[in-house]
Design a protein around this ligand. Structure first.
Ligand code: NDP
Length: 408
């Protein structure tokens, strides 16, 4: 799993060696006390490491294939998602949007994107009149999701938006309102909802394969190499919010919700940020929270950008346990049941998650299929993230309303 995380995030210290930064500890209780060094604005970046461009462009398979403009040609778009379009039934890459003229040319040539379907950010409004584009896929740093999604709705396009949906519930609400005004679809790219291991885990929990759920533990951690907010958007408050929870811990947050099938009624959280470490000048190093559900189940969610890589989810019930490690990777998932029905589980290749997610979006656009991961789900999760930070700031447990917002 560590390798997978490292591939996806160039900044992670591959050796796991200690950074030179001081770890003199102070507890910084609230996101609100962290200052952003800059505002969120688009800025083209060089070609990421390790990108293998296709030797032959993909072809659309169906006449009603949904034409998608990729917005932001970064590591995840180029290494993971764009190659997967060839595996989909009903989507194709119709256009690319980037701040890098070099990538527009190289990626455009490799994927067979016509020159007049390669857009700079300045030219983005012109997608409105480009009939080849049905939808956009926002793969920008998170602090830019809201603005570029709302502009896509203004251009009359459907939107598939990467996780997390945005950096505040207020921005999520603006995105949902824009989608409704434009009468266009909004889907959040929560790929685990299309991944066979996680789908099977959801089913098993519904069927009470481990009895009644009592405890959930999730951890998503990785160790980043030396960096700073000006060099890396993931440690820049304006683009990444509080850091690891929004980026990586959100998988644990999601797991806790879809495995229990409940919303928490209270959250108690703590955050940590070392002093004198440029990586954590604007974001947290660790975020830990404890959730209580109406059934009495308790969840512990831990996420970190400064500890050795792990990605697991464990659920313990009255008759056994479900162990997922790694739980939500791109590939290589492992899952087993312990207790009453003990066995290893290997549903099918986890890598189908990418194409299935894209085809689900296409089915929503073309056939009005109900979206499994709608904007409302992204909004719910941002409310819970805000509740985590509110609890840490207040230094006490916060009670939640049924929509995940903090009860005043
Ligand atoms: P990268 O840093 O690799 O790429 C981001 C791209 O966004 C850049 O290459 C650049 O593209 C564009 N960009 C525009 N403005 C900026 C800016 N100010 N700073 C940096 N980049 C900018 O990020 P990722 O691809 O890893 O992440 C992008 C999104 O995808 C995030 O929302 C992240 O949470 C999500 N993600 C989801 C994953 C999943 O498993 N679902 C996994 C990894 C990421 P260009 O040069 O073309 O303009």
């Amino acid at each position: 799993m560590v390798g997978i995380v490292m591939t996806r995030r160039g900044f992670i210290d591959a050796s796991g060696a200690a950074s030179a930064a001081s770890l003199a500890a102070i507890a910084v209780p609230a996101l609100a006390v962290l200052e952003a060094s800059s505002s969120a604005r688009v800025m083209g970046q060089p070609m990421p490491d390790g990108v293998k461009l296709p030797s032959t462009p993909g072809r659309r398979k169906r006449a009603d294939s949904v034409g998608i403009a990729i917005v932001g040609l970064g590591g995840y778009a180029l290494n993971q998602m764009m190659p997967r379009f060839a595996e989909t039934e009903r989507t194709h890459i119709a256009a690319i949007v980037s701040g890098s003229p070099d990538k527009l040319q190289r990626v455009g040539d490799a994927y067979g994107i016509p020159p007049d379907a390669r857009y700079s950010y300045e030219a983005y409004p012109k997608i409105a009149s480009d009939k080849r584009i049905d939808a956009v896929y926002i793969v920008l740093p998170t602090g830019l999701h809201a603005e570029w999604a709302i502009r896509a709705f203004a251009a009359g396009k459907h939107v598939l938006c990467e996780k997390p949906m945005a950096l505040s519930s207020a921005d999520c609400e603006r995105m949902i309102a824009a989608s409704r005004r434009a009468d266009r679809k909004l889907m959040i790219a929560y790929r685990s909802h299309f991944e066979p291991y996680n789908l099977e885990a959801m089913q098993l929990m519904k069927q009470k394969a481990i009895g009644d759920i009592r405890l959930v533990r999730t951890e998503q951690s990785s160790r980043m190499g030396p960096t700073s907010p000006s060099k890396n958007w993931r440690v820049n408050r304006a683009l990444a919010g509080g850091g690891p929870l929004e980026d990586y811990g959100i998988y644990g947050l999601q797991s806790a919700l879809y495995l229990t099938g409940e919303m928490p009624e209270s959250i108690s959280a703590t955050t940590f940020r070392p002093t004198g470490d440029a990586r954590f000048a604007e974001i947290f190093a660790h975020v830990s929270s404890q959730w209580r559900f109406p059934s009495g189940a308790v969840a512990q969610l831990v996420t970190s950008y400064d500890s050795a890589g792990v990605n697991f989810a464990q659920v313990r019930g009255t008759a056994g346990a479900l162990m997922m490690d790694p739980a939500t990777s791109y590939s290589g998932q492992k899952m087993r049941l312990e207790g009453r029905d003990a066995r290893e589980l290997a549903p099918c290749d986890p890598t189908v998650q990418f194409a299935r997610q894209l085809d689900h979006f296409a089915d929503a656009v073309r056939d009005n299929v109900v979206i499994r991961t709608p904007g409302e789900m992204g909004l719910r999760d941002l409310r819970l993230i805000e509740a985590v930070y509110a609890s840490a700031k207040a230094g006490r447990t916060v009670s939640l309303a049924s929509d995940g917002s903090v009860r005043r």
